[in-house]
Design a protein around this ligand. Structure first.
Ligand code: AMP
Length: 586
């Protein structure tokens, strides 16, 4: 499909295109499907279902809904050197490696050469949305932390890398997309440094030196951003010392990275070092972002879905700078944009751009934790209903047909006939021991309620995860919590009674089936294990060592890996269990 052309420096034009598109989104979706089928009806995959006929109704009747496991054999065959025409007339140029931390295993998603145009269009529209609401962005720099993952090759010589690494290295995309990367505080060589810690240190150094020019800060997901802030807290003295002397530390050994930093840190800057010291020698780290980068107008990080847990901590650091959650994007494609970037971070909804894919929606029961699919079947964009939860299904220009993304979205509103979606959660049930089924969202809501017991005592939840402890019978849910003090400093031992109350509140907030099983003693009391500060960073390091990308990492909300559970268990400093049975409805 011909993407609407506009001058990417003209934000008004970009906004107009977005508005025009949303008013005819349903019509455009029909065109997208027609184009995908006209091109690809003869591929081996589609031929098996629609016999070469580019007929939309036949497609909806005959082509099955699939998940990654179903299409993996086709992708592997292409990876092994068989022709792309198995699934796509456009040659498959790359396989995009997913993070594997939101949905279990790492997937390899095919992509084609035309993704450069499509993704550039998405980034340009996203920037137009920001410009519509926030003045002065074009005048300043963007301290956006990016981390590259490895590039590997399949036996058929196809490159495999994560989405961010792919886009960063895509020259055509970068030429086409105004303001995505050309105003970063760090040069490419700093971002391309393969050692994530060295790259993070160097990106921070560049950002600090240019602190008065920075108007936007951020990274893809909230969790990565907090990791960077934590790193800054732990390493500010060394950064100050480098700034004071004008010399980058010797342990940054990558020569290209050193050279690139030295173009920015090119003389001793004792005044700047003093100013940073003032911030960090203060009693509290509240508002650090505002203090260090005073011209910042927004913090760009995804804070929806499981990332919502980080909002209180981010707000603590931001000092009133708005948190902007702009894209809804996956390795499968860039799909949604938040058209109200300055809305409350808890109320973010995304508009699915009709150019990016053909979308279908599989209704799921809003009231059942297990995401049961409802009778009545799949609908298209034109037929979704406000308040209903759906699993997103996409047909792309890159060889995915009726592919279940695995995300649950809820329709919140319509904007010019175009539905707005709240990201609810990943599709999977995270915890289940018997017939109980607890989802990511159930767990998040229950933990948020429980935290209200210890928040008044100054505690913040740094991160959490869970696992089903089934080695003893009856079995039980275990939650790992890492805590920190709002005001910084060391953490007092959490009060036993209060922590037991937290366990009770979590149980009481879980669904009726869970509470019944507890009352029947099929499940034993839920346990919270408090872990040492820094444990979730170790967990992240473990997943990074398994090939997950730093930029796309999301803490898994239920851990299955024995090695990961071992890491968590080895850092436990307190164990607490619920003491009362949860109440049942009368
Ligand atoms: P990956 O393919 O590894 O980059 O992970 C993509 C997944 O990240 C999506 O399927 C979602 O589950 C999650 N994700 C992406 N964008 C958002 C968002 N705006 N809010 C919440 N989760 C998101």
């Amino acid at each position: 499909m011909q993407l609407p052309a506009f001058d990417p420096t003209d934000s008004e034009a970009g906004w107009r295109i977005l508005e025009d598109t949303t008013s005819i989104a349903c019509h455009m979706q029909e065109q997208v499907l027609e184009e995908v089928l006209t091109k690809n009806a003869d591929t081996e995959y589609l031929k098996g279902f629609i016999d070469g006929q580019p007929d939309k109704e036949l497609f909806k009747k005959k082509v099955p809904l699939v998940d990654y496991e179903d299409i993996k054999p086709f992708i592997e065959r292409i990876g092994n050197g068989e022709p792309s025409e198995l699934i796509s007339v456009e040659p498959i140029t790359e396989l995009i490696r997913s993070s594997g931390t939101s949905g279990g295993e790492q997937k390899m998603i095919p992509t084609t050469g035309e993704k450069s145009n499509r993704n550039a269009f998405f980034y340009n529209i996203a920037f137009a949305v920001l410009n519509k609401y926030i003045q002065g962005l074009k005048k300043g720099k963007r301290m956006y932390f990016l981390f590259m993952g490895p590039s590997n090759y399949t036996s058929g010589e196809l490159v495999v890398r994560n989405a961010i690494t792919s886009d960063f290295n895509d020259k055509k995309l970068r030429n086409l997309s105004f303001n995505w990367l050309d105003v970063l505080t760090s040069h490419d060589e700093v971002i391309l440094c393969q050692d994530a810690q060295k790259s993070m240190y160097s990106q921070l150094l560049c950002g600090l030196v240019q602190r008065h020019e920075v108007v936007r800060v951020g990274t893809t997901f909230a969790s990565t951003f907090l990791r960077v802030i934590k790193y800054l807290e732990e390493n500010w003295q060394q950064l100050c010392s480098d700034i004071r002397t004008g010399q980058i530390s010797g342990w940054i050994t990558d020569p290209n990275c050193r050279l690139a930093v030295s173009l920015i840190l090119n003389k001793p800057m004792p005044d700047l070092a003093d100013a940073i010291e003032v911030v960090y020698k203060g009693k509290s780290w509240e508002g650090t972002i505002k203090k260090l980068w005073p011209s910042t107008k927004l913090v760009e990080v995804i804070v929806t879905g499981s990332m919502a847990q980080y909002i209180p901590k981010l707000e603590f650091y931001c000092g009133g700078i708005p948190l902007v959650s702009l894209p809804y994007a996956c390795s499968e494609g860039l799909f949604g944009i938040n058209m109200k970037p300055l809305c409350n971070p808890y109320d973010v909804s995304y508009t699915l751009l009709p150019h990016m894919a053909y979308y279908e929606f599989l209704p799921v029961d809003n009231h059942q934790s297990s995401n049961v699919h409802l009778e009545g079947g799949i609908v298209d964009l034109a037929n979704v209903k406000i308040g209903q939860h759906y699993e997103l299904v996409v047909t792309t220009f890159t060889g995915l047909y009726r592919y279940r993304v695995g995300d649950i979205l809820m329709v919140t509103d319509f904007n010019h006939n175009s539905p707005q979606f709240k990201f609810v959660q990943r599709q999977q049930v995270v915890l289940s021991i018997d017939v109980d089924k607890t989802t990511e969202e159930d767990l998040f809501k229950a933990i948020t309620k429980a935290m209200s017991i210890i928040e008044p005592l100054g505690f913040l939840l740094t991160d959490y995860t869970s696992y089903a402890e089934i080695s003893s019978i009856p079995s039980h849910y275990v939650l790992f919590w890492e805590l920190q003090m709002k005001e910084g400093g060391s953490i007092p031992e959490p009060d036993m009674v209060k922590m037991e109350q937290c366990c009770d509140v979590v149980e009481q907030s879980l669904d009726v089936m869970y509470r019944k099983l507890r009352n029947w003693r099929t499940l034993s009391p839920l346990e919270i294990r408090v872990v040492k500060p820094g444990t979730f960073n170790q967990l992240m390091d473990f997943f990074l060592s398994q090939g997950t990308s730093f930029s796309q990492y999301k803490t898994p909300k239920c851990i299955k890996s024995e090695r990961a559970i071992k890491i968590l268990n080895s850092s436990v400093v307190g164990r607490f269990s619920s003491k009362v049975l949860p109440k049942l409805p009368s």
